[in-house]
Design a protein around this ligand. Sequence first.
Ligand code: ADP
Length: 415
Amino acid sequence: MDRYQKLRDLAEEKLCETDQGINKLPKEIDELIHELQVHQIELEMQNEELQRSRTEIEELHQKYYDLYNSAPAGYITMDMATKITEINIIGAKLIGIDPTEKHKYIFNLFITPEYRELFNFHVKNALRTGNKQNFELDLKRRDKTIFHAHIEMDMKLEKNTLYKLVIVDITERKKLEEDLKRSNNELKQFAYVASHDLQEPLRTIVSFTQLLAKRYEGKLDKDADEFVDFIVDASIRMKQQIDDLLEFSGVMTHGGNFEKINMNDVLKQVISSLNTLINENNAKISCDPLPEVVADHRQLARLFQNIIINSIKFRKPDEAPKIHISAKKDEENNEYIFSVSDNGIGIESQYQDRIFTIFQRLHPMEEYKGTGIGLSVAKKIVERHGGLIWVESKFGKGSTFYFTIPVSTNNIKTS
Ligand code: ADP
C-alpha cells in the first residue's frame, strides 16, 4: 500500500468519525442548551438574591443613618487635631453649624477657654488608659451662645487617631439640679432655724402655763381650769413636735462622724437609757451578739432607740412586750442586716411603707402618743449610712423592723 492510499484511508476514517460526530451533535447540543438554561436560571436567582440583600443593606443603612442623625445626642468624629470628619444632624445643630460644611471646623474652637485644659486632660487620659471618658464642659455655639454639655469620649487608635464624641446638652438638667439643691438646702436650713428659734418662746409658754395651772387651780372657775389644762397639754405636745423636727433636720444637716463602733455597746447604752420605760412596761429585751460597724455612734443609738421605744409603745395591752434584737451578715450584698422584732399590735400590710414618712401615724393621739417623726428619723439615719429600712409584720401578731448597714473593709470581724 503506497503512502497516498494510507492517507486516504485515514481521511475516510476521520470523515466517518466526523459523520458520527455530526450525528451525535443534536443530543449534545440539547444537553448543552439545557445546562446553559439551568445556569441562566441559577444566575437569575442569584441576581434576585443579590438585589434583595442590596435593598436590605440600603434599608439598614438608611435606618442606621436615620438613627445616627435623629438620636437625642450629637455624634462627632474628629482627627487628632480635632478637625471634624463626621457629625450627625443633632451634633451640627448643637454647635450651630451646617453639617455639609463640617470639614471647615475645628472642634477645639467650640470649647470655652476655661474648659480646654479639662478637655486635654481627658484626651491624655483616654490615650493613656484606652478607657471611655465621661465629663462635663461648656461649649460655645457658632452664634456665641453657651451651653453645658455632657461628653462621652472614645478614642479609636486607628490610622490617624480618631476621637468619637457623644454630646448631650444638659443645660436644663443642670439648672434644675442646682435649683433643687438650693431649695433643698434652704428647706433644711429653714426647718432647722424655725424649729430652733421656736424652742425659746415655746419654753416660756410651757413653763408659764404650767405655773398658771399650779398657782391658780381652783381659784378661777371650773372652765378656766379646764382651758389651762388644754393649753398645758397642747404646748407640751408642740414642744415635743419641735424637738423631734429639730432632731429630723439635724440628721439631715449634721452628723456623719463615722468610726468603728461595737453595736453591742450601742444597744447596751440605749437599753440603759430606756430603763424606766422598760420597767414600767415590764418589757423583756433579749439580743444575739452584734457585729462591729463603721458608723455614727450617736445616730445609730438614736436608730435603735426609736425602734425599741415603738416596740414598747405599740404593745398589746394584755401582753408584756417581748423584744429580740439580732444581726446577720449578708455575704452577697456585703452588709449586715439588723432586726428588732416585737410581739406588739402589728401593722396592716397596706400601711407598712407609709409609716416611714414624716408625720404619718396610724393611731389617734388619745390612743398612742407620738409625733410621727421617729421612723422617718430612723429612715434618714439608715440612708445616711448607705442602708435600707423596712418592716415585716402580721397585724395583731407583732412586727420585725429590719435595717442594713454596709460592711466596711475594716470591720469584717463579728463579735
Ligand atoms: P410615732 O411613734 O411618733 O407615732 P413613728 O414615726 O415612730 O411615729 O411611727 C409611725 C407609726 O408607725 C406609728 O404611729 C405606728 O402606727 C406605727 N408603728 C411604728 N412602730 C410600730 C410597732 N413596733 N408596732 C406597731 N406599729 C408601729
